[in-house]
Design a protein around this ligand. Structure first.
Ligand SMILES: [Zn+2]
Ligand SMILES: [Zn+2]
Length: 461
C-alpha cells in the first residue's frame, strides 16, 4: 500500500520517515531533537504522518515514543481536523487513522498502545466509510478485532453509540464487519463477532450482491468454516438476497459443493448456540470452551451424514479431531455422564451441583423449543432434580475432588447431594425428553440409555 515513502520529500524528512519505517528509535529521536516539527509532517503523496507509518509497520517503540510526545492518537487524514497539517489540502485520504492501519496490518502491540492512548474507535475512513473494526475483520486479524471489541466496552464513544450498534456498524456500502469477515473467509473473526452480538442475518446495502447476508457472502467465498460458524449462530438458510437467491443457490453457482450441502434447506438443521439463555451468556471462558467444542462436534456429526451421500469430500475442519480425543482421554478418570454414559462429566449445574457431559448440557439447552401457546422460551432445568439453572461451570476434576474429600470428610461434596436428590425427585421422567434430544448427536450412549441411566444414578457413590 506504500505507507511509506512514496514521493517522500528529500533531506531530513525522507530520512526521518525512513527511520520510522525501519523502527530505528535512536535515529528517530536524534532527528526529532534536531527538528521537533518533523513529528507533525506527512508524506507528500500518501499524507501519512510518522504515527501512521509506525503503526502500519508495527514499530511499537517508535509509536510509543511519538505518543509520549503528546501527539494525539487520532491524526485524521481527512477534512481539516488534522493537527498541524493545515498546509495540506483536505483531499480525500484513503488510509484513515493510525489505529486503522495497525488493525489492517495485524500489528497488535500498536493497536493496543493506540487504544490505551485513547484512539477513537468510531472514526470512518473516507474510501469505504469503514471503521477500525471493519479493517480488522476484513484482513482477518482476530487478535486486533478482540482488542478493539474489548476497548469498545469501556470506550466513551462506543458507550454513547451503544456496543451492539458499534459491533454492527455499517460501511459506505452497508457492510458490517461480519459481512466482510464472512466474504474474506475469516472464520475466527466471524466467530468473535457473532459472540459479541453481531447480527447473523443482517443484509448489506450494495456490498457484494445487494441484500446479501453474511451467509450469502460465506457461500460465495466458499468458506466452509464461516458457513459452519454462521449456521451455529442461527443464520437463516432461507433468507433471500435482493435477487431472490438463498445462500444455497449462491454456493451451487460458485461450485462450492460442501458449502451447498450444508446450506441446502432440505438438509438437517444444525444445532444453534443457545445465546438467548441467560446462563449461557454468563458462562465463564472454560465452560464456554467446553460447550462450544461440543457444539462443533455435534454439528460435525451432522455434516458427516449430510455429506455422506454427496460427492463432496469434507475439507479438514478448523479444529483438529485430535484435540477432542485428547480431551476425552485426559478426563478419563472423571465420572461418566449419567445421561449418555459415553462422555465424562465436565459441566456442573449450579446451585444443585449435578454434573453431566458438555454434549448433554448442550442438548438440554439447544432443544428447548418455545412454548407453542406463549411463544416464550422457558429456560431449561436440571434434568436430575428439575431445579432451575443459575449457572453452568466446569466440573471439578476427580483428583481435586478426592483431595477435598480427604480434607473435608466424604459427604460434603455437592456430588453426594446429587444422588439422593435425584432419586427422591424422580429425575427419570426428565430423561425422556433429553434422550430424544440426544438423538441428534448420533452417539447416544450405549443402547438402553434410559434405563441404564436410572440405575446408573442410583449406583453413584
Ligand atoms: Zn452425556
Ligand atoms: Zn440438579
Amino acid at each position: 500500500m506504500g505507507q511509506g515513502l512514496s514521493c517522500a520529500r528529500s533531506g531530513p524528512e525522507h530520512e526521518f520517515f525512513a527511520a520510522v519505517q525501519a523502527g530505528d528509535l535512536e535515529l528517530v529521536e536524534g532527528l526529532l531533537a534536531a527538528e521537533p516539527p518533523l513529528v507533525h509532517r506527512t508524506t507528500v503523496y500518501d499524507r501519512l504522518s510518522a504515527l501512521h507509518i509506525a503503526a502500519a509497520n508495527g514499530r511499537i517503540e517508535v509509536l510509543s515514543m511519538i505518543l509520549d510526545r503528546s501527539v494525539r492518537p487520532d491524526l485524521l487524514n481527512r477534512h481539516k481536523q488534522v493537527m498541524g497539517l493545515q498546509c495540506f489540502s483536505a483531499s480525500v485520504e484513503p488510509f484513515g487513522t493510525p489505529l486503522m492501519l495497525a488493525a489492517m496490518h495485524g500489528k497488535i502491540a500498536c493497536v493496543e498502545k493506540l487504544l490505551q492512548a485513547g484512539a477513537n474507535i468510531l472514526t470512518f475512513d473516507s474510501l469505504h466509510g469503514r471503521t477500525c473494526l471493519h479493517h480488522a475483520a476484513y484482513y482477518g486479524h482476530s487478535d486486533c478485532l478482540q482488542a478493539i471489541l474489548s476497548a469498545a466496552h469501556s470506550n466513551p464513544v462506543a458507550e454513547s453509540w451503544g456496543f451492539a450498534r458499534f459491533v454492527n456498524v455499517r460501511d459506505g456500502d452497508g457492510a458490517t464487519p461480519l459481512h466482510l469477515a464472512a466474504r474474506q473467509k475469516r472464520p475466527e473473526c466471524v466467530h468473535l463477532l457473532l459472540d459479541n452480538g453481531a447480527l447473523a442475518c443482517a443484509s448489506t446495502g450494495s456490498y457484494g450482491y445487494p441484500g446479501s447476508t453474511p451467509l450469502h457472502l460465506a457461500a460465495r467465498g466458499g468458506s466452509l468454516d464461516c458457513v459452519r460458524e454462521l449456521l451455529a449462530w442461527g443464520a437463516d438458510r432461507q433468507q433471500v438476497d435482493a435477487s431472490g437467491r438463498i445462500p444455497y443457490v449462491v454456493a451451487l453457482k460458485r461450485n462450492h459443493g460442501a458449502c451447498a450441502a450444508l446450506l441446502n434447506p432440505a438438509s438437517a438443521e444444525p444445532l444453534v448456540w443457545p445465546s438467548p439463555l441467560k446462563f449461557i451468556s454468563e458462562l465463564n471462558s472454560d465452560a464456554k470452551t467446553l460447550l462450544e467444542r461440543a457444539l462443533t462436534e455435534a454439528n460435525r456429526q451432522r455434516e458427516k451424514s449430510i455429506l455422506k451421500g454427496t460427492a463432496c469430500t469434507l475439507p479438514s475442519p478448523s479444529h483438529s479431531d485430535d484435540g477432542i480425543d485428547d480431551d476425552t482421554s485426559e478426563a478419563s478418570d472423571t465420572e461418566l455422564c449419567c445421561i449418555c454414559f459415553d462422555q465424562p462429566c465436565t459441566i456442573e449445574v449450579r446451585d444443585c451441583g449435578h454434573q453431566m457431559c458438555a454434549h448433554c448440557t448442550l442438548a438440554l439447552c439447544c432443544h428447548n423449543k418455545p412454548n407453542p401457546t406463549t411463544l416464550c422460551v422457558s429456560a431449561p432445568v436440571c434434568p436430575f432434580c428439575r431445579s432451575s439453572i443459575a449457572q453452568l461451570v466446569v466440573a471439578e476434576a476427580k483428583v481435586e475432588a478426592k483431595e477435598e474429600r480427604d480434607r473435608d470428610g466424604p459427604w460434603k461434596l455437592p456430588r453426594s447431594r446429587k444422588s439422593s436428590r435425584s432419586l427422591s425427585d424422580g429425575g427419570s421422567s426428565s430423561f425422556k425428553g433429553l434422550s430424544s434430544a440426544m438423538g441428534s448427536f448420533g452417539k447416544v450412549g450405549r443402547g438402553s440409555g434410559k434405563s441404564a441411566g436410572n440405575s446408573g444414578m442410583a449406583d453413584k457413590p
